[in-house]
Write a protein that binds this ligand. Structure first.
Ligand code: S3P
Length: 444
């Protein structure tokens, strides 16, 4: 699938972007191993999340879709999962695979998890190593999927100082920790999204957090484990980010995104865009399912380049492709550093974003851990230099695809983005929501 965006159409009105992918995976996983029936409203029905639905269905969990947005999970309890008849296919989803392994390694049966070509290229030693210290037995293909998990006699709690900032690794260890003898403590390398911690508490787990440390005490053997609960999934700030950037860079834009998750361990994109001079207004703050949400109004503004580094990275890890597009339209240079993790996402996002920017005529330097993006300058005629149109390759990466579709709104010529199918992994309605907001977008 190829997308074409024609320039100049402002983004206006009020929209709802896709539901939160991270929270949707976690709601399904915890609901599956809780006792009782959990209802989830506004679950994201994207390919990644549906891979998680299918995996738990294969392990005997009844998961039903009640309406467009509402789902019901008949939890089987911590020890009620059944051995799946075949390997679990987690598709494109690193979150689904890394988190589910935390549960699988504690079962009394063996299993295999696998994924698509992109997922098969992603590093898994980051979970295999600490899980092995807990007593798990996992074999990989040179540190990558497929992973084969052999039934372990029992797991031990772990005190783990994480070498990298990763919510997936943290969450995987906490899920395994539910089955361990003794306490599991995870000390974070930098703050990362805390959806697992919030949801574990909502499901009744004994979890304490303080200054970068998470401490999980597993339920006593024979005691009630997690208790079913009802929850509502907010809109995904990572999906909102494309529209925030699109509106910032497209003259005449005035767009409100409704009910978006603004969890402080995840809202780096808002802080960074503000630093760049974005006109963002937050209103209607509320709490939804234990997560802070708000409406975000964004208007076109002149952006300036900035430095994005250190703790910024984990707080906005998935928003870097969108921020790179914002940087290309900003006055002055933007430097993204400490972001080597971007090389092991759904694609090598440092390389992919650099190539896509270059295809639009933007000067960019690639570093091992980031990018320097040359922003706009004053042209000879006194006007700001423009970004031309062009053809870019998404590298089969949903976030690069959506970020560069948005670049089309602010560019001087049409932008075509090739290989956009993976948008369905996180934001199946992207094209129709974008059109509704006013983007002149066409599927070629
Ligand atoms: C996620 C954590 C992040 C993020 C991913 C979703 C999660 O990955 O990039 O898209 O839901 O926990 P890492 O933990 O690898 O940083």
């Amino acid at each position: 699938m190829q997308l074409q965006v024609m320039p100049g159409a402002p983004l206006r009105g009020r929209i709802r972007v896709a539901a939160d992918k991270s929270i949707s995976h976690r709601a399904l996983m915890l609901g599956s191993v809780a006792t009782g029936v959990s209802r989830v409203s506004n679950l994201l029905p994207s390919e990644d999340v549906l891979a998680t639905v299918r995996a738990f269905q294969q392990m005997g969990v009844r998961i039903q879709q009640l309406s467009d947005t509402d789902w019901q999970i008949h939890g089987v309890g911590l020890h009620g999962l059944k051995r799946p008849p075949s390997a679990l296919d987690m598709g494109n989803s690193g979150t689904a695979l890394r988190l589910i392994v935390g549960l699988l390694c504690a079962q009394r049966w063996s299993s295999t998890v696998d994924g698509d070509a992109s997922l098969r290229a992603r590093p898994m030693h980051r979970i295999v190593e600490p899980l092995s210290k807990m007593g798990a037995r996992i074999e990989s293909n040179a540190g990558k999927p497929p992973l084969t998990i052999t039934a372990a006699p029992h797991l031990r709690g772990i005190h783990c100082r994480m070498p990298i900032a990763s919510a997936q690794v943290k969450s995987c260890l906490l899920l395994a920790g539910l089955y361990a003898d003794g306490v599991t403590t995870v000390i974070e390398a930098a703050p990362t999204r805390d959806h697992t911690e919030r949801l574990l508490k909502a499901f009744g787990a004994d979890l304490a957090t303080s200054a970068g440390e998470v401490r999980l005490t597993p339920p006593l053997r024979g005691a009630a484990g997690l208790q079913a609960c009802d929850m509502q999934v907010p809109a995904d700030l990572s999906s909102a980010a494309f529209f925030l950037v699109g509106a910032c860079i497209t003259p005449g834009s005035d767009l409100t995104l409704q009910n978006v998750g603004i969890n402080p361990t995840r809202n780096g994109v808002l802080c960074i865009l503000k630093r760049m001079g974005a006109d963002l207004r937050i209103s209607a703050r509320a709490s939804v399912g234990g997560e802070p949400v708000a409406d975000i109004r964004v208007r076109h503004a002149a952006l300036r380049g900035c430095r994005i580094h250190g703790d910024d990275i984990a707080l906005a890890i998935d928003e870097m492709p969108a921020l790179a597009v914002a940087a290309a339209f900003a006055r002055g240079n933007t430097e993204i550093r400490d972001a080597g993790e971007l090389r092991v996402k759904e694609s090598d996002r440092i390389r992919g974003v650099a190539s896509a920017l270059a295809a639009l005529g933007v000067a960019v330097t690639e570093h091992a851990d980031g990018l320097t993006i040359v922003g706009r300058t004053d042209g000879a005629d006194g006007a700001m230099t423009a970004i031309g149109g062009g053809r870019v390759d998404s590298c089969g990466d949903h976030r690069i695809a959506m970020a560069f579709a948005m670049a089309g709104g602010g560019a001087q010529g049409a932008v075509q983005v090739a290989r956009c199918e993976p948008i369905a992994t996180s934001f199946p309605d992207f094209v129709s929501v974008a059109r509704h907001a006013g983007l002149n977008i066409k599927v070629l």
